[in-house]
Design a protein around this ligand. Structure first.
Ligand SMILES: Cc1cc2nc3c(=O)[nH]c(=O)nc-3n(C[C@H](O)[C@H](O)[C@H](O)COP(=O)(O)OP(=O)(O)OC[C@H]3O[C@@H](n4cnc5c(N)ncnc54)[C@H](O)[C@@H]3O)c2cc1C
Length: 309
């Protein structure tokens, strides 16, 4: 019995689909098929999926908005669980002249969350507006931009441990946030929701700042092309984009596959025309790592999560 049959037999008909292309779920617009794919609409379904996957020894990968992940062309021999709409509530818990406390589900878009709180006139989450991930993915990665990161606004995170199926809440300090890392990444916990606390600010200043960051992004990043944002982590004491430029690779392509180091921002690898395969992108990632090491003596590490390579 496979996981699709098992879930069907338990009354969750159609929850698990078979042989699903990951291309349309990932902003790189590349990659193969997952043997099994499910988008649970609530915690019960998620818990059942995790429970059955464990029982059947089916490997799982959690997918948020797919903006920092690349599946290999041969795909994934397991179950991809997308945390999406079923977990996307954004709820204001309390609000007064000074403070706002908000709860946001892991499947909510970070940008939607950023816009909600900005429009409520609370400051500090403006950086969220331009990051195309989900709340869950952003917590997992401790996503950040323009000097702020998730760690700076989170009060606590509620997660489910796929091993025990226990649901727990961790305070900010317990989340072990680091540069693009967290306890959720280290232990494979599945983020369910977060609580955030923000201070009231001036509405027009907040909205102006949101706009300023948006314009900065548009001016400096190849947002018109499929990518996963910055392909590499920032190496200590350097910027990945600057090193790649120094290595002479800005705008570089190995061939005509479509995989290219962006000519606008060397830290982004882009999929021009959406025609590159995951293998083409992966080959270019490794080429860049080797060349930068050869020419600058720094070994870059991918920030994008590589599955099945
Ligand atoms: C144009 C562009 C600009 C970007 N700019 C930035 C930026 O400024 N700053 C920045 O930090 N990032 C940036 N990114 C990268 C990306 O948007 C962030 O890393 C984002 O947080 C990833 O969220 P996601 O939901 O898309 O995660 P996914 O890509 O779906 O997954 C990423 C990782 O998180 C895990 N994950 C996802 N959801 C959960 C969950 N609920 N529980 C546990 N694990 C989970 C996945 O298993 C995977 O390992 C950019 C990407 C693009 C395409």
């Amino acid at each position: 019995m496979n996981i699709a049959n098992e879930l069907d037999s338990l009354g969750f008909q159609g929850l698990v689909r078979e042989d699903v292309s990951m291309k349309k779920y990932c902003t790189f617009k590349a990659g193969g098929n997952a043997d099994f794919f499910a988008e649970p609409s609530n915690e019960d379904e998620l818990r059942q999926l995790l429970y059955s996957a464990r029982g059947l020894e089916t490997e799982t990968v959690i997918l948020g908005n797919g903006s920092n992940i690349l599946f290999s062309d041969s795909g994934f021999r397991g179950l991809v669980i997308k945390i999406g709409k079923g977990f996307s509530d954004i709820k204001i818990i309390s609000k007064n002249e000074e403070d706002l406390v908000v709860e946001a589900g892991a499947g909510a878009l970070l940008s939607a969350f950023g816009n909600v709180v900005a429009n409520e006139s609370f400051a500090g989450a403006e950086f969220c507006c331009g990051i195309p991930g989900s709340i869950g993915g952003a917590v997992f990665m401790n996503a950040g931009a323009y000097g702020r990161e998730m760690k700076d606004i989170i009060v606590d995170v509620t997660y489910i441990d796929p091993k025990t199926l226990n649901i727990k809440t961790l305070t900010n300090e317990e989340c072990e946030f680091g540069y693009r890392s967290s306890i959720f990444e280290k232990n494979g916990y599945v983020v369910l929701k977060i609580t955030v606390s923000l201070k009231r600010g001036n509405l027009s200043e907040i909205l102006n700042y949101v706009n300023e960051l948006k314009n900065k992004r548009m001016a400096s990043q190849p947002l018109e092309l499929p990518s996963a944002g910055s392909t590499f982590k920032r190496p200590e004491g350097h910027y990945a984009g600057a090193l790649i430029e120094e290595a002479g690779l800005k705008g570089f392509a190995i061939d005509h596959s479509g995989a290219q180091v962006s000519a606008k921002h060397a830290g982004f690898i882009v999929n021009v025309g959406g025609k590159a395969s995951a293998t083409d992108i992966y080959r270019l990632i490794n080429y860049v790592i080797d060349k930068v090491y050869e020419r600058c003596g720094v070994r870059l590490e991918p920030e994008v999560r590589l599955i099945g390579f």
